[in-house]
Design a protein around this ligand. Structure first.
Ligand code: SAM
Length: 569
């Protein structure tokens, strides 16, 4: 719209293409008598779609049934023009009391990351808490990390009649991030979640760094089951109902309540669920066998994490330099070697007096003169003195945060320090280290990362953070130990060649040898491994194609690429 790029980001302004707005309206608006609200109507895409839907259903005076709120005056004016007769009110939705009630709430709620929200968050929390605490005390668990759209869903729900429907587009992060749990439970146990839709067949908002999902909610009390739908074809003009090629999975509320990550219901094929069920207790979460922590978070990489050449140029004393891997980019083998440590961490475990006469002290003092606010960051304020960085025990292997085409968990036999682009994993018992490393390089482990990792950032890559990595399955030691020698050999074989893209890895006999051992250990038929590998190839191809669509459309659209796409793996 007319607004500047910055205010567009702050208000989460991403306007909806017509076929998508039509599809969402066809889910939410069911009767010609429905009164319809878009709480964040932008320039009116959903108001127009609601009018089209009501006319199609035979409403004689549809305009009088449609209302919208919009915080941005310019957008609100554009919406009035675009949807003549609809009641568009300029102002903050959260300052509106929930009356009158509506039969249908539709729209595309703002995607605004929590970092941009810090100022108004207390107010949003107070509004939503005031409205829901009595009926849903868990609303208190809405954490400071929650994105703006979560608050929108809670507040909008108060505007919904009993039996009314909400069909809305939001970011998809609530499906898998820990802060989404409070919304997942709310939709399941209070409102009545009916379906969730996602599309790998097209990119709905190419200019955002967020992947979107549609939720269909009916205010009818606890959901008994939810249908997860992956759309297989792009939506067409005037889209009503599902396009061909959609795949749907109905999941009862019980398993949904016990699972912290719902993305797999949209993304994973049936064989994933079957294989996990078949393996049962023979698979355990990685966290049971290993500690998992982020690589070293320095709080200030430009001081603490230097290229080796830069440290030399500064003449820093070697005793303060710890070789480190800054990212997995450019690491081709499955086993990290000393020459991969192209950076170093500055690890200074002395007070200033003990540093007198060193280049290190000169470096600290010159940094203090120039650094300004950087030294007041929460991470640095927690250290005394600020430059004292401590290193954890060395990791046995690393699990990447970002995955694009390569899936691998490189071994770290030299105990090299790593920065926070990866997670550092260390077996709790030394005798389990090799088994864990092998399991973390199996196709099963990578597949699970693919279907439970976060793809909420757009850009075609998957991210895995602590909660997902901790839950990734590995064989229980008692199951894998009888195969210890074979497992070690299979892992050593993989280490002898470069890591390939996962699509090519799936074709390799040496990978198959490791997978078959793991599969025997967990007691699952090999036919399921074949199916899983076939499905994995398809998932990788679809994610790649989706990422390319996002990239291509973002660069042709002129508002910049979809987010900060890391180039790690
Ligand atoms: C993702 S856009 C969607 C716009 C439009 N419904 C569409 O789909 O094209 C979200 C809209 O919410 C508006 N918005 C953000 N915060 C708001 C608030 N507190 N109250 C009302 N509107 C708000 C933004 O200005 C933006 O126009």
């Amino acid at each position: 719209m007319i607004s500047s790029k910055d205010s567009r980001r702050l208000l989460g302004q991403h306007f909806t293409p017509e076929p998508l707005a039509d599809f969402v309206c066809s889910l939410g608006v069911r009767s010609p008598a429905d009164r319809v609200l878009d709480p964040a109507c932008g320039d009116g895409a959903f108001l127009r779609a609601a009018l089209r839907r009501l006319w199609a259903l035979g409403a004689p005076a549809a305009a009088g049934q449609v209302s919208g709120f919009e915080i941005d005056e310019a957008c609100a004016a554009a919406a009035r023009e675009a949807a003549p007769g609809a009641a568009v009110t300029a102002g903050d939705f959260f300052r509106r009391p929930p009356e009158p009630l509506f039969d249908a709430i539709i729209g595309n709620f703002p995607f605004v990351r929590q970092e941009l929200l810090s100022e108004g968050k207390g107010f949003l929390k107070d509004v939503v808490r005031g409205e829901w605490l009595f009926d849903y005390p868990e609303v208190d668990r809405l954490t400071g990390r929650a994105d703006l759209y979560l608050y929108f869903v809670f507040h909008a729900a108060r505007f919904l009649k009993d039996g009314g429907r909400m069909a809305v587009i939001t970011g998809n992060s609530w499906l898998h991030v820990p802060y989404g749990k409070v919304l997942r439970e709310f939709l399941l146990s209070k409102l009545g979640l009916v379906s969730v839709f996602e599309s790998r067949a097209e990119v709905w908002f190419p200019h955002t760094s967020v992947n979107a999902a549609i939720s269909l909610i009916e205010r009818k009390g606890p959901a008994r089951e939810v249908t997860f739908v992956q759309l297989g074809k792009p939506l067409g003009p005037g889209q009503e109902g599902l396009p061909e090629g959609a795949s749907a999975r109905r999941v009862p509320a019980g398993p949904l309540r016990s699972r912290d990550n719902w993305s797999c219901y949209l993304r994973a094929p049936q064989v994933y669920f079957d294989a996990l069920e078949r393996a049962g207790a023979r698979l355990v979460p990685l966290a049971r066998l290993a500690s998992i922590r982020r690589g070293v978070t320095t709080g200030l990489n430009r001081f603490f994490l230097l290229e080796k050449a830069e440290a030399e140029r500064l003449g820093l004393e070697p005793e303060f330099l710890v070789p480190a891997v800054a990212s997995l980019k450019g690491i081709e083998s499955l086993s990290i070697r000393p020459e991969h440590a192209r950076h170093c961490l500055l690890v200074v475990d002395r007070a200033r007096d003990g540093l007198r006469g060193t280049r290190m002290l000169d470096c600290i003092e010159s940094f203090e003169r120039d650094a300004g606010a950087a030294l007041r960051s929460p991470t640095l304020r927690g250290r005394e003195p600020w430059y004292r960085l401590s290193l954890p025990e060395p990791a046995d292997f690393l699990v990447p945060r970002f995955r694009r085409e390569r899936h691998f968990s490189p071994l770290n036999p030299h105990g090299i320090a790593v920065a926070d682009t990866v997670f550092a994993v260390r077996a709790r018992e030394r005798r389990h280290a090799t088994l864990c490393c092998a399991a973390a390089n199996s196709t099963l482990f990578h597949f699970c990362a693919e279907v439970t990792g976060r793809d909420n950032m757009g850009g075609g890559f998957i991210t895995t953070y602590g909660p997902e990595i901790r839950a990734l399955p590995v064989p229980a030691p008692a199951c894998l130990e009888p195969f210890a020698a074979e497992t070690g050999q299979a892992l050593a074989e993989l280490c002898r060649r470069p890591v390939l893209t996962m699509a090519r890895e799936l074709e390799r006999g040496d990978r198959r040898r490791l997978d078959e051992i793991i599969w025997r250990a967990i007691g699952v038929p090999l036919t399921m491994l074949d199916d899983l590998c076939g499905e994995f190839a398809g998932l990788l191809a679809r994610r790649k194609a989706h990422g390319q669509m996002a990239g291509a459309r973002a660069s042709s659209g002129g508002t910049g690429p979809a987010g900060d796409v890391p180039n790690d793996v």
